[in-house]
Write a protein that binds this ligand. Structure first.
Ligand code: NOJ
Length: 553
């Protein structure tokens, strides 16, 4: 491993090196005071993101939606939900971001719509076999009277993947497919009308000036012809499945859609980008989404899912640079988002907690907060030194842990309801941000309302308090981002160093990066000048759960 030089893909497009900050609008900042964040709230906080030092923001969905899956159930792709504001608020936010040199990516949800979408409402009223039904995946049921679902597929959120409808004459009717909640019917992407509609939706937002799209469930839109039965192997039921061929994930034909969208993006100036959300079992498969004529980026979920283990972390970084490098794409790096346990908690889990299960009051193996925070900061210190593009999820720059004690009556994730509370789901990573240590809802708004309760101890993570503390997680992120920019770490190569079996160690020019994932201190030796320590320590022995950037005389 020592001295293997790995080169990130060359090229000047902004998305190859960008640090992109994910805003989960309902939990970012609430200008209206109704307890749910909104677009004017984002506009008011853009200076905080500028001073953090990010290049772009990605907004989770704010389009018209009944909010059955927090906006990932879209009823109108060309309008803003009144909860979040108006199209004029969106335009104002976009202009304000661009004025600060911050690019804006919006979330596109093409696998499914809301059941309140006009097309689905028309489909319900129309007859089996009609063009209205052909926009979704309607099938007759099995069994003597069609009383059994068309196949045995299971929803990602728990329960079956099919819902039976009542026909216009009041009789029990066909079934429709929904990979997620029953309120999220899947489109039929073999239908050209669906394809044309989404080209038009892309152009609607590109015409408004967005810099790109994060594409939801980018591996799920095409299903294997004939919809054959399939039961996932145990523990492989997450968004990617553990196996090579899952009839609703990663089908070859899905790539035709992205080749088509690549051309739509190229009609526009300014280097617009597509980023795929595709949970796939291997990096090699993941890299297929970013071949030169497809998407520009795809999330590196194998990296996100890597446990706190030095050999595993070295391997996933090496394999990521190889796999994405082979297709000429930048690797992305991501540790947290709105679907997974926050990494300041996840990296200290002691029990197996599969993606999507979440942690709640009755979970076993709750992570130690101090170890989790140290590992979280060290993991980010490694991530922001890597060549490629990195994603930061709102609140991780404050070191926020997963909110683990949300009472049942506040829970909103459909996973919780579809599994009768067996899986807590994702509410714990979606709690509104603390901006001020005192004041209502920790400065999230000025009324005190909050759609999920904020833990009292989050006063200690409030942005205004962390601004004042040189050793805070916020100031660590600021330092990492400023140094990453100054040293142009987003591009270029890395050279692996052989330091210790429990270390992840490499250098980028004269900058050395070492993380200690073991239980004993690692001596870094003579001539070390620290540039950044993931948390303060004296001397040159790197403590466990710590990382550092340094130069050597
Ligand atoms: C992935 C999104 O990130 C998640 O939040 C959502 O529930 C599913 N896709 C369904 O849209």
């Amino acid at each position: 491993m020592a001295q293997l030089e790995q080169v990130a893909s060359p090229g000047s497009e902004w998305w190859r090196t960008a640090v992109i900050y994910q805003i989960y609008p309902r939990s970012f900042a609430d200008a209206s005071g109704d307890g749910i964040g909104d677009l004017p709230g984002i506009t008011a906080r853009l200076d905080d993101l500028k001073s953090l030092g990010v290049d772009a923001i990605w907004l989770s969905p704010f389009m018209t939606s009944p909010q059955k899956d927090a906006g990932y159930d879209v009823a109108d792709y060309r309008d803003v939900d009144p909860l979040f504001g108006t199209l004029a608020d969106f335009d104002a936010m976009l202009d304000a971001a661009h004025a600060r040199g911050i690019r804006v990516i919006v979330d596109l949800v093409p696998n499914h719509s809301s059941d309140q979408h006009a097309w689905f409402q028309q489909a319900l009223k129309a007859a089996p076999g009609s063009p209205e039904r052909a926009r979704y995946v309607f099938r007759d049921g099995r069994g003597e009277n069609g009383e059994l679902p068309p196949n045995n597929w299971e929803s990602v959120f728990g329960g079956g993947m099919w819902e039976r409808v009542t026909e216009a004459d009041g009789t029990p009717g066909q079934w429709y497919l929904h990979i997620f909640d029953a309120s999220q019917p899947d489109f039929d992407w073999t239908n050209e009308e669906v394809r044309e509609e989404f080209r038009s939706i892309l152009r609607f937002w590109l015409d408004r000036g967005v810099d790109g799209f994060r594409v939801d469930v980018a591996h799920g839109m095409v299903k294997e012809a004939g919809l054959p039965d399939y039961a996932p192997v145990a523990d492989a039921d997450s968004m990617g499945g553990g196996e090579e061929n899952v009839p609703y994930w990663g089908q070859d034909e899905v790539h035709d859609i992205y080749r088509d969208w690549h051309k739509v993006m190229a009609e526009y100036d300014g280097d617009r980008a597509l980023c795929g959300e595709a949970w796939l079992p291997t990096l090699k498969k993941t890299a297929l989404w970013v071949r030169p004529d497809e998407m520009h980026q795809t999330f590196n979920f194998p990296y996100l899912m890597t446990e706190w283990d030095a050999a595993a972390l070295r391997a996933v970084i090496r394999d990521s640079l190889d796999a994405f490098g082979e297709v000429g794409a930048p690797s992305t790096w991501v540790l947290s988002n709105h679907d997974v346990i926050r990494h300041a908690s996840r990296l200290a889990l002691t029990a197996d907690s599969p993606q999507g299960d979440g942690i709640g009051p009755k979970s076993k193996g709750k992570p130690d907060p101090a170890i989790g925070l140290s590992r979280g900061r060290a993991a980010t210190t490694v991530m922001l030194s890597l060549p490629g593009s990195a994603y930061v999820y709102q609140g991780e720059e404050l070191g926020l842990p997963e909110a683990m004690e949300i009472p049942d009556e506040f829970r909103q994730d459909p996973t919780w309801f579809r599994t009768n509370g067996e899986r807590y789901g994702r509410d714990g990573c979606r709690v509104p941000l603390p901006w001020t240590a005192s004041g209502t809802a920790f400065g999230f708004n000025d009324t005190g309302a909050s759609w999920l309760p904020q833990p009292a101890e989050w006063a200690g993570f409030a942005r205004d308090a962390e601004e004042q503390d040189p050793a805070s997680t916020l100031n660590l992120y600021k330092a990492l981002l400023a140094e990453r920019r100054a040293r142009a770490l987003g591009s270029g190569s890395l050279v692996w160093d052989d330091v210790d079996a429990a270390a992840v160690a490499f250098h980028r020019g004269d900058l050395h990066v070492v993380a200690n994932l073991g239980a004993e201190p690692i001596e870094l030796g003579e001539g070390v000048t620290f540039v950044i320590q993931s948390e303060p320590f004296a001397g040159t022995a790197l403590p466990p759960n710590t990382a550092a950037w340094f130069t050597r005389a």
